[in-house]
Every structure is written in C-alpha cells, then in structure tokens.
Design a binder for this molecule. Structure first.
Ligand SMILES: Cc1cc2nc3c(=O)[nH]c(=O)nc-3n(C[C@H](O)[C@H](O)[C@H](O)COP(=O)(O)OP(=O)(O)OC[C@H]3O[C@@H](n4cnc5c(N)ncnc54)[C@H](O)[C@@H]3O)c2cc1C
Length: 280
C-alpha cells in the first residue's frame, strides 16, 4: 500500500509505528454503577471496560467516580437509567450485553435520541444530580422554574389565534420563527433566550417528540415484563431458533433488554410476552 503512493515506490519500512493492544475487563461482570460484581469496592471506567473514545471514558469516569465516593461513604450505588441519556445507554449496553470490539457511543444506539438532546440535559439530569448531592438544591428550583415558564408559554401559544390557526400550529410552519411570533404577540414576561429556544423546539417538533414519548412508554412497559432467572428459552413456543440462542447467551432480565439484543425480532418479543403472561 505504501509503495503504491507516488514517490514512495522504493520506500522501506524500518519499524512500524504502533499497535494498540490492551487487555480489558468483561463489562458484563460490572454492576450498572460500574462496580465489579466479584470484587466489591473496585470500580472501573473507560477503555478497560471495552470502550474506545475520550467521551466514553470520561462519561464512565463520572459515574464510577461518583459510586466509588458513595461506596467509601457507605451510601448505596446509583444508576443512570437508559432513558436518562447517553451515559445510561452506554452503561446499559456494556453491562447488559458486553462488547466484542471497542464500543463507541453513537447517536443511533439511543432509541430516545430526540428526547435526549443537549438542550434539555438540565431537565433530564438536574433532578438526579441534586438527589445525589452533586448540585445544590437551588439548581433544581431554577430548572423547574425555567420549564414551568416554557410550559406556560406553550399553553399561551395554544390559545393564541394567528392567521386563522393556533400560535403553536403557526409556529410549526417551517418559515415561521418564535422570535417573529414573540414580536407580534409578546408574552406577559419576556423569556430568556434558552427558554425561547425550548418553546420553539417543543412547538416545531411536537409530532416527533410525541412519537418518542410513546416509544418511551412502550419501553417502560417492556421493562416491567421481568424474565425469570432460569428461563428455558428454546422451550418458549413461537420463538425463532436464532432468538432462543441469543437470549440463552445474553440472559436478559426484562423484555426491554431482550428487545435490544440484535437478532431478536418483534415476533419473538410477542412470543415471549405471551409465554410470560401464561406464567412461565
Ligand atoms: C493513537 C490513538 C488515537 C486516538 N484518537 C482518538 C480520538 O481522536 N478521539 C477519541 O475520542 N478517542 C481516541 N482514541 C481513544 C482514546 O484515546 C481512548 O479510548 C481513551 O483515552 C481511553 O481513556 P482511559 O482513561 O480509559 O484510558 P487511558 O487514557 O489509557 O488511561 C489509562 C491510564 O492508566 C495508566 N495505567 C495503566 N496501568 C497502570 C498501573 N498499573 N498503575 C497506574 N497507572 C496505570 C496509564 O498510564 C494511563 O495513563 C485514540 C487512541 C489512540 C491510541
């Protein structure tokens, strides 16, 4: 390959630069708080857990570090639910399924990616940060007040009539902006730029957001379907052989976890749900 480059026809490789090889732990042996199941008090984060990337390592470091500190203080472990954001998905994937190759976080891995946006991270994560003592209580009050103002403004726009439609419907037209609407029909109290942005996003993308909220409900329902520990998957009627094999290997604890295993289809989930309802 090197010699195929113009000017490199007679190149000689004296020594290869580097090879990246390292051992890693099996992340399925970790708790969702990134603690070893076999060596309580040992927490790990980053490449050693099978990931690649700066953000992947840093994200786990926050959670593992938090839990290590809590362990030292005698406090219970805390977890980030999958639906809370990217760190939740990363940990759930790693611990729930393991990885055969360096794991990279990608948008496509996050089922609820339209709900897990950078702009609403404060809404999703501040309650947890405050509950875990990472942020002061005033932060939560500030965030709650912000979203109360956003909700009030959305209600006002719903009631407003603009060119024969509601303010919300008017805003959904691609050519219209909240700034233009605000200038014509100012709110009783001016919104901060971040609040105005939230109003615009929630109005313009309401259809997509609602679809994802329905998906979130479906995921919660599937989560509530617990799969018993010693389930004999090949004996479940109607389950494809591939699904039975994959399920036996990964041993999911809920239908939601089963749904995330590649090769497990909707028809397999239905078969499993029917079987579980019969009291398997
Ligand atoms: C050439 C290259 C390019 C990359 N480019 C990118 C990129 O562009 N973007 C990206 O996101 N990621 C990139 N990565 C991946 C990224 O660098 C790693 O995934 C990430 O840095 C891993 O962080 P970490 O904290 O888990 O591990 P590390 O950064 O490897 O940290 C582990 C640390 O532990 C120390 N250590 C090891 N053993 C011991 C011991 N026994 N006692 C004490 N200390 C010990 C090591 O010295 C090291 O400092 C690249 C990696 C390489 C090799």
């Amino acid at each position: 390959m090197v010699r195929s480059l113009p000017g490199f026809e007679r190149a000689v490789i004296q020594r290869y630069a580097y090879a990246v090889e390292y051992d890693s732990l099996d992340p399925t042996e970790l708790t969702r708080g990134l603690q070893s199941r076999f060596l309580p008090g040992l927490f790990s984060a980053g490449q050693v857990n099978g990931t690649s990337g700066y953000e992947e390592a840093a994200a786990q470091g926050v959670l593992a570090g938090l839990n290590a500190a809590r362990f030292a203080l005698g406090l219970p472990e805390v977890h980030l639910p999958r639906e809370s954001g990217y760190i939740g998905v990363l940990v759930d994937d790693l611990v729930g399924r393991g990885t055969d190759e360096p794991y990279r976080m990608m948008t496509s891995r996050v089922e609820l990616r339209l709900l897990c946006r950078a702009d609403n991270a404060d809404e999703r994560l501040t309650p947890l940060a405050v509950a875990w003592g990472l942020r002061p209580r005033e932060d939560l009050e500030r965030v709650e007040a912000k979203y109360r103002r956003v909700a009030a403004e959305l209600r006002r726009l719903q009631a407003l009539r603009v060119e024969g439609v509601s303010g919300l419907q008017w805003l959904r037209r691609p050519e219209n902006t909240y700034r233009a609407l605000m200038e014509r029909f100012p709110p009783p109290e001016p919104l901060s730029p971040e609040e105005a942005y939230q109003v615009e996003v929630r109005a313009k993308y309401a259809g997509y957001i609602e679809r994802q909220e329905r998906l979130r409900e479906k995921m919660r329902d599937l989560e509530a379907f617990r799969i018993p520990e010693g389930m004999d998957f090949p004996k479940v009627p109607g389950l494809s052989r591939e699904a039975a094999e994959k399920l036996s290997r990964h041993r999911p604890k809920s239908l939601a976890e089963a749904a995330r295993i590649p090769g497990v289809r909707d028809s397999d989930l239905t078969a499993l749900a029917v079987h579980l309802r019969r009291g398997a």
